[in-house]
Design a protein around this ligand. Structure first.
Ligand code: ADP
Ligand code: MG
Length: 148
């Protein structure tokens, strides 16, 4: 888990999302943000960052034994991305439903990954997989003062 010493607040109406470097490079981050709003999410925090390799490795530490860890952290540090704190009822599931399957070839019609992902690795968006991980991931990128 990413090193974080402060309190973790688990909120069932919040999740954490990333518009990944492939989507920002293609210039579709604005379109994706509009889709977020159109789908009833409130944006509670948002910023454009360019992660270092070390920051990406810390974020994806749970995947460090997976064969694609090197490729994934190289990609995530290859350019700017947009990190977001999203609010909606059952936010974790609602955001993953809008993102679609990890592999765009398996993603449903109307999902962000179906429309914007290039491959299973460069798949446009990230979303937390549980409320616990959403709290950890929000705290990895945002201070309390950055959330509205
Ligand atoms: P998700 O992002 O849908 O929660 P995972 O947590 O399983 O998916 O994987 C994290 C990220 O690692 C994926 O979004 C994708 O960018 C990358 N990834 C997953 N599987 C592969 C793979 N087989 N090859 C390359 N990259 C992968
Ligand atoms: Mg995941």
């Amino acid at each position: 888990m990413p090193a974080y010493a402060g309190p973790i607040y688990i909120m069932s109406n919040l999740t954490f999302g990333i518009i990944k470097p492939d989507a920002v490079k293609k210039g579709v981050h604005g379109t994706i943000i509009q889709r977020v709003l159109d789908n009833g999410f409130k944006i509670r925090g948002m910023k454009l960052i360019h992660q270092t390799r070390r920051q990406a490795e810390g974020f994806y530490e749970v995947h460090k034994e997976r064969p694609f860890f090197g490729e994934l952290t190289e990609f995530m540090s290859s350019g700017p991305c947009v990190v977001m704190v999203l609010e909606k009822e059952n936010a974790v599931k609602a955001w993953r439903d809008l993102m679609g399957a990890t592999n765009p070839a398996e993603a449903d019609e109307g999902t962000l990954r179906k429309e914007f992902a290039s491959s299973i690795g460069e798949n446009a968006v990230h979303g937390s997989d549980s409320e616990e991980n959403a709290a950890i991931e929000i705290a990895y990128f945002f201070s309390k003062l950055e959330l509205v």
